[in-house]
Write a protein of this length. Structure first.
Length: 749
């Protein structure tokens, strides 16, 4: 099944009381009051605060007062209805962020002999839009915001309504709460979250979908009536009949065509009784056909609200609270934003040099050695040019990567982000696989890319040195070595001026290219290498096997993103790629003519079409959600555990990060560490950044940005008292983790 990760929309949550009405804990006290019946709906813009503060977020609510027996609709209106359309006209620099909707009432559509429902708003309801203000706003100015709202209002019959609303907010240093700020704030605080006490999944059932909610330890034994609100409108809104299957509650939803095609259900489950809080189904992923996304802790909620929720904005505040506890390095020493630009440049330079020794770059080392050996007897000037050409390839590639990172910085992207993208991964896998086949001698085009061969001194040879630099950068990005993390954190911080960002990445590229340039500029070093000879061909073919090992590792990363089905499809695509390259080497690099070459060309076209189709299908797959090695990262749980005097070990990790995997195998997954956790009143928590833009990825990225680590791996311990203890980038033994736990224990006394 081909599924897409979807972003959770921040909605107001309540619980369904009957098929005709739903309790809305965020309605104003006169929610049932009606406006003049000659005016079906009255719309008003309300600011949450009296003014806009430069550089901060602000909210504006659309307050809808419905006349008696009139209603409008939710973002998913249900059957035979139209959802609201909100179009804002904003001043320069003001950006729209989130839209907060209230969970609607469920109403029978009223169509004879048709089982259909609609999701409606009655009485007084609110739709809140959150904005961010630019820091460059001038005090004393006013922001003019305009909204064109199109609604469908219904009683016995339905009519279209269009509202053109405007509001003007002053720009000031301080702001007072607006008239209905408490209502808007209550809406924000009640955003849905997934609950650890419940396991929620959605699985395909033919053309339909089955939602399964399984209560775990700590969940209410009798949650009462359940209801699934499909925010994606991927299913037909029909009456829901939940079944109690003993260990779980299930309901089957009727599928429908969606726009964009293939969109899958996502949304929230509400419960009638207060002991179960709202469950958010955050992400749809494919694999074995089902999905689940849970985090946080279920707690009894008061009967009058029946809601426990967390929004992105609230999560930001909680992470800021954790960051406010301070941070120290293991063994002492401050980590409190001590990075200055000279130190950042030095760390970037040293990190680039050390990156040559990391496992990611190892497959390229053999290619470099062959290049040095071939150059041993050449004109020193030619050798120097090749060194500089290689350095140019490295530096330009680093700067290009920097440009993309800066463009995506606001979206929370960090070093290695491209390895979250299945299309990039599949392209890199095909490239390295073809490169490996070339080194075995299957065909000869790839030899030019490695600067190895008889054409070393011609144009293609220099081009090969440049491409070697490009390949080095592509394979280096999964690694974050010593010194690199703080430097990248400094560079990717939004407060760092662009010239300094360029300087940091430039010195990173210089450090990465320096060893090759030094060897090329000192012939005496090259002369110590063995003389060129027949052994070089054997060595070149031997070095193909580390490249094949790189392909295997990249495939495992690809499988972590797309699941077993995606990895299998890509393997079949690689089989076709191998056939294409074999045909090329067999029939097009030799003197084959006539029908054989024509037939070979047609076969290549068929294989190419098949490979492209398989890669397209493979990249569309998504791996099933997995808890991974450890408790899923939960910001609220970290704070709750600290309040109880407990310790939390956090590892920000991804399958595509080779150093993360090394740390996991050598330390975090070792029995010595896991068995020791209970003795320190500690748990191990995982922030998984494997899948791009998943809820886990977004939360982990917020920690990366808060601690300015620049990327992963990044691990830390949250003790019950005192500052957070940051762990080293390279963790080669569980003993280091045990030492850190001891330090956290002493700090908590």
């Amino acid at each position: 099944m081909i599924c897409h990760l979807l972003f959770p929309l921040l909605l107001l949550t309540g619980f369904t009381a009957s098929s005709q009405n739903a309790f809305d804990p965020f309605s104003s006290p006169d929610a049932g009051a009606a406006v003049d019946s000659s005016e079906p709906v009255k719309a008003t813009l309300l600011g949450e605060q009296s003014a806009v503060i430069p550089g901060q977020k602000f909210s504006v609510a659309v307050k809808l007062d419905h006349a008696e027996h009139w209603h409008t609709f939710w973002r998913n209106p249900g059957q035979f209805a139209q959802s609201p359309s909100l179009t804002w006209t904003l001043p320069d620099g003001v950006k729209q962020e989130n839209v907060l909707w209230g969970i609607p009432a469920v109403k029978d559509a009223g169509i004879p002999d048709v089982a259909a429902v609609q999701y409606i708003y009655e009485g007084t309801s609110y739709i809140v839009t959150e904005f961010s203000a630019p820091a460059a706003l001038k005090l004393g100015d006013r922001l003019e915001l305009s909204l064109k709202a199109k609604l469908q209002a219904c009683k016995e019959q339905c009519i279209p309504l269009t509202f053109e609303l405007k509001t003007s907010l002053p720009v000031a240093e301080r702001a007072e709460p607006g008239a209905e700020a408490s209502t808007i704030d209550a809406l924000r605080k009640a955003q849905p979250q997934a609950l650890a006490a419940w396991k929620v999944s959605i699985a395909a059932a033919g053309e339909n979908w089955t939602v399964r909610a399984e209560p775990g330890e700590g969940a209410a034994a009798d949650p009462g009536k359940l209801y699934f609100f499909d925010a994606a409108a991927a299913t037909e809104a029909t009456p829901q009949e939940w079944k109690n299957e003993g260990a779980a509650f299930t309901v089957t939803l009727t599928g429908q065509e969606t726009k964009p095609p293939g969109q899958k259900p996502w949304g929230w489950i509400t419960a009638e009784k207060s002991l179960l809080t709202t469950v958010e189904v955050k992400a749809m992923t494919a694999g074995e056909g089902s999905v689940a996304a849970t985090a946080g802790t279920a707690k009894p909620a008061p009967a009058e609200s029946a809601v426990l929720a967390i929004s992105d904005d609230e999560e930001d505040k909680l992470i800021a609270e954790i960051r406010g506890w301070g941070v120290t390095k293991l063994g002492g020493g401050s980590r409190e934003d001590a990075m200055t630009w000279p130190l950042a440049l030095l760390f970037a330079f040293l990190g680039g040099i050390i990156l040559n020794l990391m496992p990611c770059v190892f497959p390229v080392l053999g290619i470099k050695i062959l290049g040095f050996v071939q150059q041993a007897g050449e004109d020193p000037r030619v050798v120097k040019r090749h060194g500089l050409t290689y350095a140019l390839g490295v530096i330009l590639s680093i700067l290009l990567l920097m440009t993309v990172l800066l463009a995506l910085r606001s979206a929370g992207k960090g070093w290695g982000f491209q390895l979250q993208n299945p299309w990039f991964l599949s392209g890199l896998i095909v490239l390295v696989f073809a490169f490996s086949l070339s080194m075995t001698g299957l065909f000869e085009v790839g030899a030019r890319l490695t600067s190895v061969g008889a054409e070393l001194q011609n144009e293609s040879g220099y081009r090969g040195s440049f491409y070697s630099g490009l390949l080095t950068v592509l394979l280096a990005t999964p690694c974050t070595g010593p010194f690199m993390g703080p430097a990248l954190g400094f560079a990717l911080d939004e407060s760092t001026p662009t010239p300094l960002v360029v300087a940091v990445f430039l010195w990173l590229g210089i450090g990465l290219a320096l060893p090759y340039v030094v060897l090329s500029w000192f012939p005496s070093l090259i002369k110590k290498l063995p003389r060129p000879g027949a052994w070089m061909e054997t060595f070149k073919q031997f070095m193909a096997f580390p490249m094949f090992a790189t392909v295997v590792w990249l495939l495992s990363v690809f499988g972590g993103t797309t699941g077993r089905t995606g990895a299998t499809l890509l393997l079949f695509a690689l089989t076709l790629v191998a056939m294409i390259l074999w045909i090329y080497g067999r029939f097009f690099q030799r003197t084959t003519r006539g029908h054989s070459r024509t037939l070979a060309g047609l076969t290549v076209l068929l294989c190419l079409a098949g490979a492209v189709w398989l890669i397209t299908e493979a990249t569309s797959e998504r791996a099933p959600a997995s808890a991974g090695h450890g408790t899923p990262l939960s910001v609220k749980m970290i704070i709750e555990r600290r309040e109880k005097g407990l310790t939390t070990v956090v590892d920000l990790w991804a399958e595509w990060c080779l150093q993360c995997e090394t740390n996991r195998k050598l330390a975090f997954d070792r029995k010595e560490f896991l068995d020791a956790l209970p003795g320190y009143d500690a748990i191990f928590m995982l922030g998984d950044k494997t899948v791009e833009d998943s809820p886990a990825d977004r939360t982990a990225q917020k920690f990366v940005e808060a601690y300015k680590s620049g990327g992963i791996p990044y691990a830390f311990i949250v003790p019950s008292k005192g500052p957070v203890i940051a762990l080293p980038t390279v963790i080669a033994s569980p003993n280091l983790l045990l030492d850190a736990l001891e330090e956290a224990k002493k700090q908590s006394r």
